[in-house]
Write a protein that binds this ligand. Sequence first.
Ligand SMILES: Nc1ncnc2c1ncn2[C@@H]1O[C@H](COP(=O)(O)OP(=O)(O)OP(=O)(O)O)[C@@H](O)[C@H]1O
Length: 250
Amino acid sequence: MSLLKVENLTKSYRTFNSLFSHLSHPALQNVSFQLEKGESVGLIGENGSGKSTLARIISGIEKADSGHVWLNGTDIYQRKNRRQQISVVFQDYFSSVNPTMTVLQAICEPLLEQKQAAAKSLEPLVVQFLKKVNLSTDCLHKYIYQLSGGQAQRVCLCRALINNPSLIILDEALSSLDIVTQVQLLELLIELKNEFQLSYFFISHNIQMICYLCERVLFFKQGQIITQSDIENLAEIKSDYAQKLIRSVI
Ligand SMILES: Nc1ncnc2c1ncn2[C@@H]1O[C@H](COP(=O)(O)OP(=O)(O)OP(=O)(O)O)[C@@H](O)[C@H]1O
């Protein structure tokens, strides 16, 4: 059984063009794909092609108009399944976590929503996770706004890991970091993947990062997967659109 099965997802947004009429704009059109346990899949596509909409729907933040998302054979809209098994890290770390929380509070928050526990009692666990993402325990009582971008994104990774998920969605999670920090975090993601048997759904405009982290890549255009390829066969891809996206970075 696949870890993730996405079946015929369709989503449209309404935009009002006057007080009384609206236009329906399709963001996703019959999107289907599967991701196996332990596999990491990249998603690349031009701006506005619907990548973040897909991420929000798979993670259960937003609902599709039609279609299904199955995780380990269970519908993700059953809240308890989603919360424990899918985590998301977004590009904008300062809006993903409340900047006035301490690192301890921010990392514990997903667990506190599930369990009746106090942040203090989870401190030893948080310290273990900080070590895993190479953050000093000196950070524990710092506020999020006092961290650098790279440190804040490591905190977001800790938050994502603490629920022991089987799938982490990374939506442009490294895009706003400098190249040195990007490479450090890519290496860290690979270590964490091996240690926790994770799968990643990695959304990026950068095919080089996708090649580094993933085994397969989906090419997205106007809300549809137009082609896909194993990373090792990328040179043989036929689609002009996919070739253009590959050439735009390499
Ligand atoms: N909440 C919303 N309300 C209305 N339209 C939306 C909403 N969210 C996204 N859209 C529209 O849906 C389309 C897909 O947007 P989305 O952000 O998913 O694309 P994307 O591929 O992630 O873009 P980018 O690479 O620029 O981040 C766009 O036309 C966008 O304007």
